[in-house]
Design a protein around this ligand. Structure first.
Ligand code: FDA
Length: 536
């Protein structure tokens, strides 16, 4: 009888060889980093987390916003780099190329599909959390903000310096500046000031050769591309210069809850007519959700929330509501006056009385399983049956949510090609579909995924078409699979057209100039024109 047991000696030999290969590779990379970074060797090593260092798994775990990916086919990163200086990043780019590793850049880590830290190929993660400084120039009303800062940190710092300044960006304070700005970014001031990307004046980017470029040295085409085209296709954006906007000393918020019954649907119809035409100071979004209402005997109801920010006082708001949307019946008692910074807490759903410092807490975000999708709506959907179906579907899911964000105002004044984000004039509102769940397992997962896919499919006749567009920052890797529009396009063109419409061609040209070898790539990155069949 043959035994295939290896002799202990052989085992020892194998272990020592594999240790040598693994650790020689680590040593090589660390050595490469130390040569190319101005940080000293030890310093560089401190910012380099290898699978054998204790910090490595702690970091990886902290990245997981969505446990759905824990068992994904993604490989683990060869290294995680947490740079403190630009030169650490330059070194990481040069050394990754040398060692045939791809790069995933993480700022806030909120990518809906985890593309900032998952990769099916050998790769490293550059985690920018340590590069998060914010410096405000009160005279110029501008700021430099590093990509690793969060929106909450940015809002907090602006308000600490001057209560009459703010910035128009997203609603969730833990979202990172790096991904958010480079994908567009919108929130409650979108109707007055447009996207976060519309208010960017300059940026520092590290390119594929490890060069640091600013607006002047990168050229207007690349500066255009990183304001909405997604940073990850073009390099690593380290910092942004932004134009702050003026906010009044007092703003007004309200949230009106309505049952999504016949009367509620009627209000949704009116909202579709008026929300994008209201004065720019008024933003009323809708949130459809399941709720237990005490005033309804704690019965499950599907409700629609009319959730608003007005850049002015209650006294100024009332005549506007009476004139434009009297059916909603908003009374001054429904309204609260506060500072703009307090409104960022309110709109996000913090409890009243929470200190402003909650904006600095990076860890409060609950980590649940979720999946999201998006649409843009160009014609009001007046068919009551559509909203009845939405109501039925939402009633079947514990946490199945639709958020409708109105556009119009400033968004109508900016042309489709001004920035890569093309969803401007003619788009009444954006829909975000979201489903969350907490139980692990394939079956559970499939059930919730098919819920959201079904609803998204169902909405097809009523939303934008040719292409049915989508928002890059609500990234969706389903796009392109089983897509009716896929007949004419390659994979990269399908999602590219949906996110960027006619701007895709320009993005591809910039890509071929700045990264012709396609080093910076991911499942949804811009590909050079040679690989496309343009039919836009
Ligand atoms: P993350 O670090 O995951 O990066 C996202 C993508 O950008 C990845 O591809 C990454 O590689 C790339 N990237 C990141 N930093 C980069 C850099 N410095 N240089 C180059 N590439 C870089 N959106 C919105 O418009 N309005 C809103 O109100 C909200 N609200 C919201 C709430 C919650 C809870 C979530 C999870 C998300 C949102 N979003 C949103 C979507 C959000 O704008 C989007 O997920 C952003 O891309 C997140 O940016 P992060 O830096 O956090 O992501």
């Amino acid at each position: 009888m043959h035994h295939h047991n290896l002799s202990p000696l052989l085992v020892l030999l194998l272990i020592s060889i594999s240790w040598k290969i693994c650790c020689a590779k680590q040593e090589d990379f660390a050595h490469c980093m130390s040569i190319h970074s101005s940080s000293r060797y030890l310093e560089a090593f401190k910012h380099l987390h290898t699978p054998s260092s204790p910090s490595y798994s702690i970091l990886l775990q902290s990245f997981q916003q969505n446990p759905r990916w824990l068992n994904s086919s993604s490989s683990k990163p060869a290294f995680v780099v947490t740079p403190y200086t630009e030169s650490d990043i330059q070194a990481a780019v040069v050394c990754s190329k040398k060692h045939d590793l791809q790069i995933r850049v993480k700022s806030g880590g909120h990518d809906y599909e985890g593309l900032s830290f998952l990769c099916p190929f050998p790769f490293i993660i550059i985690d920018l959390t340590n590069l998060r400084s914010i410096s405000i120039d009160l005279e110029d009303e501008t700021a430099w903000v590093q990509s690793g800062a969060t929106l909450g940190e940015l809002y907090y710092t602006i308000a600490k310096n001057n209560k009459l300044l703010g910035f128009p960006a997203g609603i969730c304070p833990t979202v990172g500046v790096g991904g958010h700005f480079s994908g567009g970014g919108f929130g409650t001031m979108v109707r007055k000031h447009g996207l976060a990307a519309d208010n960017i004046m300059d940026a520092y980017l590290i390119d594929v050769n490890g060069r640091i470029l600013d607006r002047e040295t990168m050229g207007e085409d690349l500066f255009w591309a990183i304001r909405g085209g997604g940073g990850a296709s073009f390099g690593i954006v380290i910092a942004w210069k932004i134009k702050l906007v003026r906010v009044p000393p007092v703003v007004t918020v309200f949230t009106v809850h309505k049952n999504l019954n016949q009367e509620g649907i009627q209000l949704v119809n009116i909202w579709q007519n008026v929300s994008s035409k209201l004065p720019q100071d008024l933003f009323i979004r809708l949130v459809f959700q399941n709720s237990n209402r005490p005033d309804n005997g704690d019965q499950e109801t599907v409700e629609v929330l009319f959730n608003a920010l007005f850049l002015g006082s209650v006294k100024e708001l009332m005549p506007i509501m009476d004139k434009s949307f009297p059916e909603l019946g908003v009374d001054s008692k429904d309204c609260n006056e506060m500072s703009w910074i307090e409104s960022t807490l309110y709109i996000h759903g913090f409890k009243s009385g929470d200190p402003l410092e909650v904006l600095l807490d990076r860890s409060y975000q609950d980590k649940s399983y979720f999946k999201a999708k998006s649409d843009f709506v160009q014609e009001p959907i007046f068919l009551d049956t559509v909203w009845q179906v939405v109501r039925e579907r939402i009633s079947e899911e514990a946490i199945g949510i639709l958020v409708l964000d109105p556009f119009g105002g400033r968004m109508d004044e900016i042309s489709e090609s001004e920035l890569p984000f093309p969803h401007r004039k003619g788009n009444l509102y954006n829909i975000q579909y979201l489903v969350k769940w907490s139980v692990d397992g394939e079956v559970e997962s499939e059930r919730h995924l098919s819920w959201i896919r079904w609803l998204h499919d169902y909405m097809e006749p009523y939303v934008s078409r040719s292409p049915r567009s989508a928002y890059l920052n609500y990234r969706d890797l389903d796009i392109g699979t089983n897509d009716p529009e896929s007949v004419n396009y390659s994979q990269g063109e399908i999602w590219g057209r949906k996110y960027f419409k006619g701007n895709l061609e320009m993005l591809a040209q910039v890509k071929s100039r700045i990264d012709p070898g396609n080093f910076f790539r991911s499942e949804q990155s811009i590909i050079p024109p040679a690989q496309m069949r343009f039919q836009i």
